[in-house]
Design a protein. Structure first.
Length: 221
C-alpha cells in the first residue's frame, strides 16, 4: 500500500531518469547524423527520439502542475525569437524529410513562459511533420486581445473525433488508437497558465489550414 501511495512520485522520478538517458541518445544520434548526412534511418531515429523526449517532458510538467509544484515563468519575449528557436530545433529533420517550413511573424512581443511555449510549439510541429506531405507554415500575429501562434500543414487534417473532443477531458481521449491527444491536452494546460487582465490563454484546432490540412492555434493574452 505504501508503494501505491508513492507511485506517482516514483513514476515522475523514473521519467526524469529516462529523460537524462534519452538526452545522451539524442546527442549521439546528432553526431552520427552529422557524420552520415541524410541517412533516412538516422533521421527517423532522431525524429522518434524527439517525440519520446517531448512526451516525457509533458508528463513531468503535468505531474508538477497536478501536485502544485509548478509555476510558469512569465516574461517579455520577441515573438520572432520564439519562432526562430522552434525552427532551429526542427530544421535539419524537416530538410531531411523534404518538408519545407515557411515562417511569418506579424507580432511584436509576447508575455509568456518562453521554455513552455517553445516546447509546446515544438511538440505540435513534431506532430505536423508526421502528417504533412511537403509543407508546414508557422506564424505569429495579433488577434483581438491575444497573440496567436499557429502551425498549419498540408496533410489530411485532424480526425473528426479529435475535432469534437475537449482536449482537457482526459476521460474522452482516445487511448486505444495511439492518437491520444495528449499533446493537445498539454498545450491547452500550458495555455491556461498564461493570464492577463482576466483573460486566459487557450487553443483551437481545425482543418482550415491555408495549405489544405490541419491548423493548430495557440492564443496567448
Amino acid at each position: 500500500m505504501q508503494t501505491k501511495n508513492h507511485f506517482p512520485t516514483l513514476l515522475a522520478s523514473t521519467i526524469h531518469d529516462i529523460k537524462n538517458s534519452l538526452s545522451v541518445v539524442l546527442q549521439l544520434t546528432r553526431i552520427f547524423s552529422t557524420k552520415y548526412q541524410n541517412d533516412p534511418n538516422l533521421l527517423q531515429l532522431e525524429f522518434e527520439t524527439h517525440r519520446i523526449n517531448n512526451s516525457l517532458m509533458q508528463l513531468l510538467v503535468l505531474y508538477k502542475i497536478d501536485h502544485n509544484k509548478f509555476q510558469a515563468d512569465i516574461d517579455e519575449h520577441p515573438a520572432s525569437d520564439i519562432l526562430a528557436e522552434v525552427r532551429a530545433q526542427h530544421i535539419l529533420l524537416l530538410e531531411g524529410r523534404h518538408i519545407s517550413l515557411s515562417i511569418q511573424c506579424k507580432a511584436d512581443l509576447l508575455f509568456c513562459d518562453n521554455t513552455l511555449v517553445c516546447n509546446a510549439l515544438s511538440t505540435l510541429l513534431n506532430n505536423a511533420q508526421r502528417y504533412s506531405r511537403s509543407s508546414i507554415f508557422l506564424s505569429a500575429y495579433p488577434e483581438g486581445d491575444f497573440i496567436c501562434l499557429a502551425i498549419e500543414d498540408d496533410g489530411e487534417g485532424y480526425p473528426a473525433a479529435m475535432l469534437e473532443t475537449d482536449p482537457n477531458d482526459l476521460d474522452k481521449l482516445d487511448w486505444i488508437s495511439g492518437n491520444t491527444g495528449l499533446g493537445l491536452h498539454f498545450v491547452s494546460t500550458i495555455a491556461a497558465l498564461h493570464e492577463n487582465n482576466g483573460r486566459r490563454g487557450y487553443i483551437k484546432i481545425d482543418n482550415d489550414s491555408r495549405l489544405g490540412g490541419a491548423r493548430f492555434r495557440l492564443f496567448l493574452p
